[in-house]
Design a protein around this ligand. Structure first.
Ligand SMILES: Cc1cc2nc3c(=O)[nH]c(=O)nc-3n(C[C@H](O)[C@H](O)[C@H](O)COP(=O)(O)OP(=O)(O)OC[C@H]3O[C@@H](n4cnc5c(N)ncnc54)[C@H](O)[C@@H]3O)c2cc1C
Ligand code: FES
Length: 254
């Protein structure tokens, strides 16, 4: 089956995680069956172009997936007003997703809405029996979402967990073996974690959240640069939606 099909999905649950962030469960067996962590879906928001959201979990038995939505503009506001039982158009699963096979242990570092795709990665790695450590960073306690037992939480304000940003959380770890770092969040955070990984000689993959339109590689709205192996060119352009959104930190130019 093509991984670019559009489906109708019913909203089966809707909860507020904090004042501006919601968590939706959607019935879409085809996407639940095919999705891997790090992939995303494009969802209709009334009159607007579809908007991309990382898949936060997938339950093949129930045929459901979940997404988290932070309200930042008209499209996400519109989505926040959709009620249980309503139907949305949904395209997916899209993008390449994380490589969860090549390493024995993983460190997941997330901030902002990056915690949603990392939640799916955490669940999957746990089921695979892999060693997984999760560090999520937030502004303050009121922003803490998607926390699970054992997760390391940092807050800039220091009113919950370790005081500081995700790097403070990473510094608190005693690293053994050769874990792979997966990072999703604001670009400065991904750069910071990428440099931290480099300084520890660890492999790091980032998931870019570039502006997108079609989500399937046609419109070129989402191009970003990766380093070229061709000595005659410094970089080449790739489409974050189709070639990514997950890239090797050593390759992508953030
Ligand atoms: C692969 C991918 C996965 C994503 N996963 C999630 C997720 O799990 N949960 C979630 O809440 N959001 C996620 N996003 C971001 C989400 O798609 C945007 O917040 C949404 O499209 C904004 O739509 P809007 O109409 O509300 O805002 P708009 O009116 O389109 O924009 C409002 C403001 O936000 C800025 N903006 C819009 N999109 C982005 C973006 N991608 N990056 C930075 N700034 C942006 C605009 O420039 C503008 O200033 C993801 C984006 C990508 C590309
Ligand atoms: S969003 Fe259209 S090519 Fe990536």
């Amino acid at each position: 089956m093509s991984n670019k099909q559009e489906y109708k999905a019913e909203i089966v649950s809707k909860d507020y995680l904090n004042e501006d962030t919601l968590f939706f469960e959607l019935k879409c067996p085809e996407i639940a069956d095919a999705a891997i962590p790090g992939q995303f879906v494009n969802i209709s928001c009334s009159k607007f172009l579809k908007r991309p959201f990382g898949i936060a979990s997938a339950n093949k038995e129930d045929g459901t997936i979940s997404i988290g939505v932070k309200i930042i503009g008209e499209g996400t506001k519109n989505l926040s007003e959709i009620e249980i039982g309503e139907i949305v158009d949904i395209l997916g699963p899209l993008g390449n997703g994380f490589d969860l096979d090549s390493f024995d242990s993983y460190i997941l570092a997330g901030g902002g809405t990056g915690v949603f795709p990392l939640n799916f990665a955490y669940d999957t790695l746990s089921l695979m029996g892999k060693n997984v450590t999760t560090v999520f960073g937030f502004r303050d306690r009121s922003q803490v979402i998607m926390e699970k037992e054992g997760h390391i939480i940092t807050t800039d304000a220091g009113d919950y967990g370790i005081k500081g940003n995700v790097l403070a959380g990473l510094d608190s770890l005693s690293i053994s073996g050769n874990p792979c770092i997966l990072v999703v969040g604001p670009t400065p955070m991904m750069k910071g974690v990428g440099e931290w990984a480099r300084s520890h000689s660890l492999k790091c993959f980032v998931s870019t959240e570039q502006h997108m339109a079609c989500g399937v590689g046609i419109c070129l709205v989402c191009v970003c640069k990766i380093r070229s192996e061709d000595p005659n060119e410094e970089y080449k352009h790739v489409r974050c939606c189709k070639d990514g959104p997950v890239f090797d930190y050593e390759e992508v130019i953030l």
